[in-house]
Ligand binder design. Structure first.
Ligand code: F6R
Length: 612
């Protein structure tokens, strides 16, 4: 939710900021803007729409500056417009600020400022916080840094802010709570951003700023303090990421690049951990905590969206293999109800970004109650990774397309390895079954490559059904969550209404939707439930629904019931979801493309949901 970039140093600030904003556009793309400071003149430029529109509007403008801040917005307070775009300027015009997050008590602070005679030129909570800071700065005789500290102590909500001041030619003041901030350390320069992607081409040395920390950043100096004004030694980390990983590399969109990366991202996830020959899985986060995990009386999985779907697959797998009861919760529900959490309960948090606000707060709550938090996270060094007691990275690399693809298959691979390790330790799996699943898992990257060879076939199916107004996705058992994921992907990328259901549940309501115009996607691969799914297909066929099925290679019966089908290699039913989801990712991508949608940045969405 919103991407922020800042620069202070010897380079021209604008090109660094603009490039950074383009990399962060996945976080929001309603409007964008920059504030540039040179010789006591503070210029703010902003524009509704994507960063490319800002770039175009900047032609001929004065962009000469060595310090600046920039923002790409996902609207919370106030519609997407030029005037609600960031950076905002304070009443005196001397301060400019960008903000990622939500100030929950902004209305009260705004009223206080209005009573003092302030007026506002935007609908944002950001402008309120900025003028609150300026008011303290002017009237209390505080330095700007002190004023920021005082203001933030009053604020309820989440923020990452960057501030520059007209009279302070080289300093950026930054602070965070709940929204991410990374500072890149260069020679005589510093870079600030919501994630490392705008920084990576300049330096690999970064500091992840923690909640309630404030940074005073000059070209040659980085001072980190807590809100109590005590200095903190910055902990410098080396980035393990290459520039190529965040570029399109010849593909038209990040989404299709990321779908095609899956043979190698799944391989990377398994590499060094799974050894089929030795019949071993080694994962330090699991091995070091195996007693805690294996002795859990129950496991709760907390996540949102696609990550929640991975959690549902994990529920089925962990209960089957480890015989531990599992509950899967939407993080947004978990955090606001009064869940029963016992000391020693295991909570698995699943998150691609590691920054999802609902998941993060749910974990904080569970941690306070004594739960053991295990993070399954993709973004290295992210907030969820850092607050977890232990965890396992999915190693899918940066996921930039807004719709999650390779992160999902990475999550499934990690969760499968986790379940196998726990089951082996508990003795709830036979060695034969363990060995079969380990070997099956090792074969997944190759099978994914084989599925991707059929892309043209999926593209043709997508073009045939692109004008449908609704879709139904049906699956049973391990493939029921995949049906949910297929429906979510299609909604996001094509704006077609889609619903996922357990195939048998369809007759309890959704069957009323079926007529000759409704495409129904069945995940009908060979497994324990296959015959039952085939019966459900018959029920749809009898009502003239259009059946698109994902079947196992060699099956002839399911294709004979289908209008269109796509065959994938045979796999154990516990492993199948990692494969069955691939054609559904491709289907949504090609339907979106056929409809002319910007699939990497579909409307209203943002990649990293750092507001609740
Ligand atoms: C769907 C999608 C979202 C995310 C959800 C959770 O394609 O990307 O539904 O899965 O916002 O995000 P993370 O995994 O970053 O916590």
């Amino acid at each position: 939710m919103c991407g922020i970039v800042g620069y202070t140093g010897h380079r021209q600030a604008y090109p660094v900021i603009l490039k950074g904003l383009k990399r962060l556009e996945y976080r929001g793309y309603d409007s964008s803007g920059v504030a540039l400071l040179k010789d006591g003149v503070l210029n703010i430029y902003k524009k509704k729409g994507k960063v490319a529109e800002l770039e175009e509007s900047m032609i001929g403008k004065n962009i000469d500056a060595h310090i600046g801040i920039g923002h790409t917005r996902w609207a919370t307070h106030g519609e997407p417009s030029d005037r609600n775009a960031h950076p905002h300027s304070s009443a005196s015009g001397k301060l400019a600020m960008i903000h990622n997050g939500i100030i929950e008590n902004y209305a009260q602070i705004k009223q206080e400022l209005i009573n003092k005679g302030y007026s506002f030129s935007s609908d944002t909570d950001t402008e309120v916080l900025l003028n609150f800071i300026e008011d303290i700065h002017k009237n209390n005789g505080s330095t700007l840094e002190e004023a920021v500290r005082i203001a933030l102590k009053r604020v309820i909500g989440a923020y990452c802010i960057l501030l520059i001041e007209q009279d302070n030619p080289d300093t950026i003041i930054a602070a965070r709570k709940g929204s991410p901030l990374v500072i890149g350390i260069g020679k005589g320069e510093h870079f600030l951003a919501s994630d490392a992607s705008p920084i990576i081409e300049y330096t690999k040395e970064v500091v992840y700023v923690n909640d309630y920390e404030l940074a005073i950043v000059k070209p040659d100096e980085l001072i980190l303090k807590n809100l109590g004004n005590e200095k903190i030694t910055p902990y410098i980390t080396k980035l393990d990421m290459e520039l190529a990983a965040i570029e399109k590399g010849g593909y038209d969109h990040f989404m299709i690049k990321e779908i095609f990366e899956q043979p190698s991202t799944i391989h990377d996830c398994l590499r060094g951990r799974l050894d089929a020959k030795e019949g071993q899985i080694r994962m330090s986060g699991i091995d070091h905590n195996i007693e805690q995990l294996a002795n859990a009386s129950r496991i709760m999985i907390v996540a949102c969206g696609t990550s929640w779907h991975a959690g549902l697959v994990a529920e089925y797998i962990i209960e089957e293999l480890c015989r531990i009861p599992v509950e899967v919760e939407y993080a947004s529900e978990f955090r606001y109800r009064n869940p029963i959490i016992h000391k020693g309960d295991v909570i698995i948090a699943i998150s691609q970004s590691g920054e999802t606000a609902d998941t993060l707060v749910a974990l904080e709550k569970a941690k306070e109650n004594g739960a053991f938090i295990f993070g399954v996270v993709n973004a290295v060094g992210s907030s969820i990774a850092r607050i977890s007691h232990a965890g396992a990275y999915t190693h899918a690399g940066p996921e930039i397309g807004v719709a999650s693809t390779k992160a999902f298959t990475g999550q499934l691979a990690v969760l499968m390895m986790m379940a196998l390790n726990i089951a082996k330790h508990k003795g709830t799996i036979t060695m034969d079954r363990y060995q079969t699943l380990v070997s099956e898992l090792e074969a997944v990257p190759e099978k994914v490559s084989e599925i991707l060879k059929g892309t043209e076939q999926i593209k043709a199916i997508a073009e045939k059904y692109k004008d449908a107004s609704d879709f139904l996705f049906l699956g049973r058992g391990y493939n029921f969550p995949v049906a949910l994921e297929g429906a979510l992907k299609l909604k996001e990328i094509s704006y077609i209404h889609a619903e996922g259901y357990p195939a048998a549940e369809m007759k309890h309501g959704p069957i009323a939707l079926v007529d000759e115009t409704l495409p129904v996607v069945f995940i009908a691969t060979k497994d324990l439930y296959h015959e039952k799914v085939v019966s459900n297909m018959q029920e749809i066929k009898a009502r003239k629904g259009k059946i698109i099925s994902i079947v196992t290679q060699g099956d002839t019966h399911s294709p004979s019931l289908s209008n269109d089908y796509f065959a994938i290699p045979l796999a154990d039913e516990l492993i199948a979801p990692i494969l069955t989801v691939i054609p559904l990712q491709l289907l949504s991508y090609y339907v979106g493309i056929a409809k002319g949608i910007d699939v990497d940045k579909p409307r209203n969405l943002a990649k990293s949901v750092t507001v609740e």
